[in-house]
Design a protein around this ligand. Structure first.
Ligand SMILES: Nc1ncnc2c1ncn2[C@@H]1O[C@H](COP(=O)(O)OP(=O)(O)OP(=O)(O)O)[C@@H](O)[C@H]1O
Ligand SMILES: [Mg+2]
Length: 363
């Protein structure tokens, strides 16, 4: 049996309700895999089944080549940070972090070294002697993280460990976690509904919806080649706009035509567009592929009616209309940027996405 973490034909029901109908996933040894998806899609349930905190209804789980389906959490060689964590209230931060190590009779020096290193990484060094009740929510969450990272386990499981942290700390913790993964080389499975976390940390991303895996791929794959409309709109921020359109074939030249626009098809899609089942499709346009001017010949003009313009520093978001449909564009106009008004904007046609209008699958 292969190493890593392997979920085979997993079904999970609570009473009559099946929340995971059929899940198969292979996480390679040493890989950092991120599970993402909207609230209630089954991320925590999946992680808890890997940890052994939740029994599978059917199917099997193996860790490091060993079938652990019916083993207790303690036997699985995993360390986990829960979504709803509880610290030991009577222990200070250092004691909370070292508890598992002390149970495992790790030597005093080793415990001290690992706790100090984890505290440093988590910016908790000044708080080692404090009790949890005297910490902020974000500090407590970092202690919960510290309890897992001081341990050495075959596999680390994280369930939204950064959700209580402010934006700046989240960003630096993302970097620290990536470094930790590099240093330990351990298998890590990380749950979040934050797609930026997923994109920045993952070797591969697993996108779930209603207990079903929609796509598994590297961050580049899921962004550039989304398997369906759900993945396309879930990955990327602000979200891709989808517009109803028709495939038009004029003397072998294929384009898409919708209300108020016509765009040529990029080369990478031409053959697939020719073989499409139906001419009725949806076109996907990511906001970041708009520009204020045509940067080269592949940019095509689109006339937008701007409803709201938001300045965010790096660029300007436009909530606009194109042929009566809502569309979002992000345009960088430099430091002289002002509220942008109705007019002609340009779209990089190499970045056009096409989907079947019936089943939502990528063309
Ligand atoms: N013990 C339980 N009994 C009944 N239903 C449950 C139980 N635990 C989870 N569920 C249901 O299973 C589904 C998946 O829940 P889960 O906690 O895995 O979602 P999630 O993807 O982690 O969501 P979130 O992002 O909100 O944490 C939900 O519909 C939830 O209500
Ligand atoms: Mg959850």
């Amino acid at each position: 049996m292969a190493g890593g973490v392997v979920l085979k034909d997993i079904v999970k029901s609570f009473g009559d309700v099946t929340v995971i109908p059929d899940l198969n996933l292979d996480v390679a040894e040493g890989e950092f895999v991120v599970l993402v998806g909207p609230s209630g899609c089954g991320k925590s349930t999946t992680l808890r089944m890997i940890a052994g905190l939740e029994k599978v209804s059917s199917g099997s789980i193996s860790i490091a080549g060993r079938d652990v389906t019916w083993e207790r959490p303690k036997q699985r060689d995993i360390a986990m940070v829960f979504q709803s964590y509880a610290l030991y209230p009577h222990m200070n931060v250092g004691e909370n972090m070292s508890f598992a190590l002390r149970l495992a009779r790790t030597s005093k020096e080793e415990v001290k070294e690992r706790v100090l290193r984890a505290a440093e990484m988590l910016e908790l060094t000044p708080y080692l002697d404090r009790k949890p009740k005297d910490l902020s929510g974000g500090q407590r969450q970092r202690v919960a993280m510290g309890r897992a990272v001081v341990r050495d386990a075959y596999c680390f499981l994280f369930d939204e460990p950064l959700s209580n942290l402010d934006a700046k700390l989240r960003a630096s913790m993302r970097t620290e976690l990536a470094l930790l993964h590099k240093r330990l080389g351990r298998t890590m499975i990380y749950v979040t509904h934050d797609q930026i976390e997923a994109m920045t940390m993952a070797d591969r991303i697993v996108i779930m919806k209603d207990g079903l895996i929609q796509q598994v791929g590297t961050p580049k794959e899921v962004y550039n080649e989304p398997a369906n409309v759900f993945v396309a709109t879930f990955i990327g921020s602000p979200s891709m706009t989808l517009l109803d359109a028709e495939l038009v074939d004029e003397a072998g030249q294929i384009s898409v035509r919708g209300s108020g626009f016509e765009l040529p098809i990029p080369d990478r899609l031409a053959a697939r567009a020719k073989g499409a089942k139906s001419r009725n499709i949806r076109v996907g346009l990511r906001p970041e592929h708009f520009a204020g001017t045509a940067l080269d010949d592949d940019f095509a003009p689109l006339d937008l009616t701007v409803k709201v313009s938001e300045y965010i520093g790096s660029s300007q978001f436009l909530a606009a209309e194109l042929g009566g449909a809502d569309i979002t564009a992000a345009v960088d106009v430099g430091p002289e940027s002002d509220l942008l008004s109705d007019g002609t904007y340009y779209f990089d046609t190499r970045r056009v996405y096409l989907f079947d209008r019936e089943n939502g699958l990528a063309i």
